[in-house]
Design a protein around this ligand. Structure first.
Ligand code: MN
Length: 214
């Protein structure tokens, strides 16, 4: 038996201090996990879940500004990496890039968010650090050196284990899954040429620049 098409290799994330890599299978995301961000979006602080395809992962230093938006937003997030049985084996710094204008139109129609959230290169990731995620500490994002987002991991409405328990009602979590845990307040627009620095204390940094529009 042979496949009719070549099977694409999964995207792989580097592990800090370990020569092995983490192959990404699925990406789950939570919305509204920090009360101050829910408030700035004019939404109730009630968890909602969505997914991105694994193809959204990028570790590139330069990311093209995507087509189909005039309002690309940054959302810095703690990202959990799951091993056997859905246990957390590592964590890292990620950005949930969002086409905010498109998302607003979809929200108004009660339509799914995939085209605003799951586009190519919509999930830039830094390296993962093996071990349990930090329970508290600063999470921040700066654009061209100006801090735009600054929160604390301790502000999460659903901390990692509670979040996994909730997500586990809907999906059998397994090795290869990544979970984006939501963003603090201060989300805003990115433009071609911007340099983004996402930081979570104790985890590898994430830096990228946006290049010209596709
Ligand atoms: Mn997000």
């Amino acid at each position: 038996m042979s496949d009719i098409i070549p099977c694409p290799a999964p995207p792989r994330l580097a592990l800090d201090g370990d020569s092995r890599t983490f192959p990404v299978s699925r990406i789950f995301c939570i919305g509204r996990n920090y009360a101050d961000h829910a408030k700035e979006m004019g939404e109730a602080a009630e968890a909602i879940f969505f997914t991105k395809p694994a193809t959204a992962i990028t570790c590139a230093a330069a990311i093209p500004y995507p087509a189909g938006t005039e309002d690309l937003h940054h959302e810095v997030e703690l990202v959990l990496a799951l091993g056997e049985g859905g246990a957390i084996i590592a964590s890292g710094t990620g950005v949930d890039l969002t086409k905010r204008d498109l998302q607003a139109r979809l929200k108004a129609k009660s339509a799914p968010w995939e085209i605003a959230k799951g586009f190519d290169n919509s999930a830039p990731m830094g390296a993962l650090r093996p071990g349990p995620p930090p329970a508290a500490g600063p999470i921040s994002l700066a654009v061209n050196g100006d801090t735009r987002q600054l929160g604390d991991l301790g502000q999460m409405i659903l901390p990692p284990q509670d979040l996994l328990a909730r997500l586990g009602r809907y999906f059998a979590l397994r090795a290869g899954d990544l979970v984006f845990t939501g963003t603090p307040s201060g989300v805003g627009a990115l433009n071609p040429g911007d340099s983004v620095a996402a930081r979570i204390e104790g985890l590898p940094p994430l830096d990228f620049t946006l290049t010209e529009r596709l």
